[in-house]
Structure formats: C-alpha cells, structure tokens
Design a binder for this molecule. Structure first.
Ligand code: HSE
Length: 313
C-alpha cells in the first residue's frame, strides 16, 4: 500500500504573532510512504526536487537517516500504537525551499504523519496528529496552517492539545514572498533569541497582535500598517538576514506597503501591501539583494486555503 500527501508551504509569525500566526502558501511538498515487500530493508528516505526547490535551494541538507524529522514523525506515530516502523519507502517531492522560513520541515512532518496514519488504518484523529506534529516541531504556527490551510492563529496547551482559529485574509491585500539564496536554519535563528524579554516589548507585541486580528477582520489597512511590527524576534534576527535593514527602510515611505516582516525564522522576507505597483515592490527587494550579490526568487502569492491532502501520485 502507498499513500501520498501534498502539503502547502507556510509563513509564520507575520509580524507580531511570534509562534502564533501562520498562513499557508501555494508551494508544496508531497510526502509518499510506501510499504515495501522486502523484509529487513528498514526505512528508506529519498528527496526529489520539484520546481522551486532547485539545487541552489540546498536539498542536500535534509537528513535521510534516523535524524530525519520525517523518520521521527513516522516512528512517533507507530510507537504511539505500540509498533515500530519498518520496511517503508518514504519519498519527499520537494517544492518548498529548505531553511528559508517557509515551513518545509512542518510540511514534511504533517505529510509523514498523515500518510503513516492512513497506512496504519487511521488510529489517530486529526487533532491528535496535529498535537504530535506540534510537539515535534516545538511550536504550532507553521504546523497548523500546513495541516488545515488558510491564515491561522494557534496555540499548544499544557496538555498538548492544539487550539486554533482561522482568520480570513482580505482578498485585496498582496503577499510578496522574497526568498534569498542563503539559508538560515531555525535552530540558529532561535539560538539568538533571549530567554526573557522586557515587559514593555511583550506589551508592544500583545498590542500589535490584537491590532492584526482586528485589521484582518475589518480589512483596515491603516491598522495593519501599525500591526506589522515586532519586538520579540525580529530585532534579534536582523543581523542574520543580509539586506533586511535596507529593505525595511526602503518600504517605510512606500504608501502601497503595509509592512515588511521576516517569514518565520527567515531567511525569506514577506512584504504585505495593496495590489498596486507589485512589480515595483518586487524590484525594490531584488535590487537591494542584487547589490549585495544575493540571488533571489520573488513571487506575489495568494493564501492557500487548502491544508494537507491525500493525493494520487
Ligand atoms: N515561530 C518560529 C520562529 C517559526 O520564528 O522561530 C520558525 O519555525
């Protein structure tokens, strides 16, 4: 038996929503798990590039052994029903750039769990899978939209359960995703964050996150302009993303742009704007990165409303 699951990319944080907000984007990984007939073959993991995840987007950094997050996800699910995985061929068709803050690890965790659960006859329901996935990833902001699609706010409670609600992204707001040719691992990007933050910074983010939710509900672009700020992670990560300072400065006085934020832990950047002059916005980022000898892939994308889905491969 063989099961394939197609899972969207995600962008997390989106300004003030550190570890809380995330949004699915129309780039995909497909995880296929196949039971093999030869006993003793163990778990064989393969990665194939699909479209955007070209050589320069570093597929070789995905571990293919028991350190693989896919292996861990499958093992955890099998162990939860008292079994061990064996004789499985896992193939990841990768269309999401790796280590760029676009949820590639969340997508393979979600894909692997859904596929393995299907192979096992569905011992876990969706909420249980979501909770296992967040436990593995360590935070719910990429996992939840990868699983359910759309723009989502989520939390993982002390008992491990995940609470989430979808928000509706205003259809006339554009999301421009700017992916540089350099990687930034989430581990490194999290290692620069302080363990504690000043109370005034926590209050600043609480205020902006409340504004964000109200801004999307009421499609209030002026409120969104105030909301797309952060003091919990961006100030510490600025130095890890070359050109980010200049790019943010360039957009400060651009009336079309509501905000420019780090996508997840980086290295990609999101520019949120109205739908006028999108080419100018793309060129602005491209020009700054090109002047720093950084190649990039820049696309204006819509929100992917579908989450992970079982597909025929
Ligand atoms: N919220 C996470 C972070 C997303 O910023 O570290 C990356 O996994």
């Amino acid at each position: 038996m063989k099961v394939s699951v197609k899972v969207p990319a995600t962008t997390a944080n989106i300004g003030p929503g550190f570890d809380t907000l995330g949004m699915a984007l129309p780039l995909y990984n497909t995880v296929t798990i196949e039971e093999t007939v030869l006993p003793g073959t163990g778990i064989d993991i393969n990665v194939i590039a699909d479209g955007i995840a070209m050589d320069e987007f570093a597929l070789e950094h995905i571990p293919l052994d028991e350190n693989s997050i896919v292996y861990k996800a499958v093992e955890l699910l099998y162990n939860s029903i008292g079994q061990s995985p064996s004789e499985l061929k896992i193939t990841i068709k990768s269309g999401i750039p790796v280590a760029r803050g676009l949820g590639s690890s969340a997508s393979v965790i979600v894909g692997a769990l859904i596929a393995a659960n299907e192979l096992l006859g569905k011992p876990a329901d969706d909420l249980a899978l979501l909770s296992i996935a967040c436990e593995l990833e360590g935070h719910p902001d990429n996992i939840t939209p990868a699983f359910v699609g759309g723009l989502v706010m989520s939390s993982q409670e002390e008992d491990g359960s995940v609470v989430y609600r979808k928000l509706e992204w205003p259809s006339d707001w554009a999301i421009t995703v700017c992916v540089p040719d350099f990687e930034l691992s989430t581990d490194i990007a999290r290692s620069v964050l302080p363990k504690d933050v000043p109370l005034k910074d926590a209050v600043f983010n609480a205020q902006r996150l409340a504004m964000f939710v109200e801004a999307v509900h009421t499609k209030d672009a002026e409120l969104m302009r105030l909301a797309l700020k952060d003091r919990l992670h961006q100030p510490y990560r600025m130095k890890l993303i070359q050109g980010l300072d200049e790019i943010m400065d360039a957009f400060k006085h651009n009336d079309d742009v509501y905000g420019c934020v780090i996508s997840g832990a980086g290295s990609s950047i999101l520019v949120i704007s109205n739908k006028n002059n999108l080419e100018n916005i793309q060129n602005e980022v491209r020009d700054i990165w090109t002047s720093l000898n950084i190649k990039c892939d820049i696309k204006t994308l819509s929100v992917e409303q579908n989450g992970a889905q079982i597909v025929e491969e």
